[in-house]
Design a binder for this molecule. Structure first.
Ligand SMILES: Nc1ncnc2c1ncn2[C@@H]1O[C@H](COP(=O)(O)OP(=O)(O)OP(=O)(O)O)[C@@H](O)[C@H]1O
Ligand SMILES: [Mg+2]
Length: 504
């Protein structure tokens, strides 16, 4: 008999038994979780936003302690009190929203905090990084400053930092949320090859197709409990979705493709907008009540285009008009004129981690929530927060919760909410559903539609083209800095968009 990674007779490499985690804030994140990870397997960990996935990852890697339960590593009970212990034992982790040091180079980030002998010098590191980069089939400049990298390459740097230690186990918390399809392929090939050589992976993702494709075993968490735990081959797609969303499924299925709708006057007009080699020249118009999608892969210039429209690119040239009036050259003036940008890198730019939900939410509206436009009225700010928590289904103990303590997806909802209630006339969304679960994705689509129904203009940029097809009126395809196609959403399909965006 051959031993497959899923054969119960194979002893677990990592096992947790009846783990409970309650944060100091009172949130009960894990309520008795047991899970066994077999050596040489890719073990998927999935669940809706706030289900407890990142919490479990943090406990596994020693970044957080559990309140009860125990953990075994290679059969022996361990109690890691710091990530360094897990690392030393052979476990490398890529956390969700990985903190890199933006001012350092790629090379320095990969080898940060290494305690190898000093003789293990810069030259050796450079050679090793080049080898790793070649083995992965992913080219990156070791001397590039991380701050200059887009989110995709940044995430790849974090992954390379983990893999460069030749660990026995790699924990990956949503590694692909920020990756382009090409980068994703690179990662998948690397995972498969390493798995075949005996490396074990715990893999957290909201992309169910990739989870079905990549993993050997799946554990589904819902509200801090294991609701499904089985070899992937024995799980159907519909079972998986049902396990994840539970009762929210019904709501999701109600989202249907919009019928053709009439649009109003032009709200946002962009003429011959260009910025060096980044993109352009680009012309585009967004009408009142219209949702315009920009289908573009990472690196197509899509994020740079949005930033330039928003006034955040000082080097951009061309014309930008909002309701016929020229927009100023700074984000501040754009916001004042009624333009909002929800950035791709929401964890970094979208909210203030140390502030409460209510304080984050009222920030763009302080004037209208204030007495004579001067002194903020707390009760109004709180009422806004309660409304947003309710409207978006933000999973939080209360409006007083610190945004940094929310789960990744719920923190994103706070960023969206920041722009929903104000005088914003055109809202630019960069990858709005990166890192959110299927249920929230449907909710975001509904939100976007309702923004348009109120007469606003919406621009959505994403590499998830299915999403554009369900939420947009019109879809532009961007490739190598140019708009290469403009289609009514009803007249195109996934196949055509993929072909146009990837240059087939
Ligand atoms: N540092 C923290 N302090 C207090 N509560 C927290 C903290 N981190 C997470 N939580 C809470 O614990 C619960 C589980 O969060 P966790 O981050 O584990 O979810 P997740 O499954 O990773 O979600 P996502 O898919 O959105 O990343 C959530 O209700 C969250 O608000
Ligand atoms: Mg998470």
């Amino acid at each position: 008999m051959t031993m497959t990674p899923d054969a119960p007779s194979t002893p677990a490499l990592i096992a947790v038994e009846d783990v409970h985690k309650r944060y100091a804030s009172g949130t009960y994140a894990l309520r008795g979780v047991s899970m066994a990870v077999r050596p040489g397997s890719v073990h998927g960990l999935v669940g809706a936003n706030g289900a407890g996935k990142s919490t479990l990852i943090k406990i596994l890697c020693g970044a957080q302690g559990a309140n009860a339960g125990n953990m075994r590593w290679k059969g022996a009970v361990v109690d890691w009190s710091a990530p360094a212990q897990a690392l030393a034992a052979g476990m490398a982790t890529v956390q969700q929203n990985t903190p890199l040091v933006p001012t350092l180079s790629v090379l320095d980030n990969v080898y940060l905090a290494r305690k190898e002998s000093p003789r293990w010098d810069a030259v050796a590191r450079r050679v090793q990084l080049t080898e790793l980069s070649e083995r992965m089939g992913y080219a990156i400049d070791p001397d590039a400053t991380v701050a200059d990298l887009a989110v995709g390459p940044r995430q790849m740097v974090a992954i390379m930092a983990a893999l460069s230690r030749n660990p026995d186990v790699v924990l990956l918390d949503e590694p692909t949320a920020a990756l382009s399809p090409t980068e994703r392929d690179v990662l998948f090939r690397a995972i498969r090859r390493l798995r075949d050589d005996g490396t074990t992976f715990v893999y957290v993702s909201h992309f169910l197709d990739e989870v079905m494709d990549l993993t050997d075993h799946l554990t589904v968490l819902r509200d801090g409990r294991v609701v499904l735990d089985s070899p992937t081959a024995q799980i159907s797609q519909s079972d998986l979705v049902t396990a994840i969303v539970g009762e929210r499924l019904a709501r999701m299925e109600k989202t249907t493709r919009p019928a053709h709708r009439a649009v109003g006057e032009p709200l946002l007009q962009v003429r011959q907008l260009a910025s060096g080699t980044k993109f352009g020249p680009v012309d585009l118009t967004v009408h009142a009540g219209e949702v315009v999608g920009i289908a573009g892969l990472l690196g197509s210039g899509r994020t740079e285009l949005l930033e330039a429209i928003y006034g955040a690119d000082g080097a951009a040239s061309g014309e930008r008009l909002l309701a016929g009036k020229p927009l100023g050259a700074t984000p501040r003036s754009a916001v004042a004129a009624g333009l909002a940008l929800v950035p791709e890198d929401r964890a970094k730019q979208g909210f203030l981690r140390d502030w409460e939900i209510w304080r984050n939410l009222s920030l763009p509206y302080l004037r209208s929530l204030s007495w004579r436009g001067m002194v903020p009225i707390r009760s109004r700010e709180e009422a806004l927060a309660d409304r947003a928590i309710d409207d978006l289904g933000i999973k939080a103990e209360s409006r007083d919760m610190i945004v940094g303590e929310l789960s990744g997806g719920n923190a994103q909802k706070v960023v969206f909410a920041k722009w929903l209630y104000g005088p914003t006339r055109v809202i630019l969304l960069d990858q709005p559903s990166a890192g959110v679960d299927v249920g929230v994705k449907a909710e975001i689509i509904q939100l976007v539609r309702s923004l348009a129904d109120q007469g606003r203009g919406v621009v959505i940029v994403t590499s998830e083209f299915e999403e554009l097809l369900t939420s947009c009126d019109r879809i532009l395809v961007m490739r190598r800095g140019r708009i290469v196609a403009d289609r009514p959403a009803a007249d195109t399909d996934l196949h055509e968009l993929t072909a146009l965006a990837s240059g087939l």
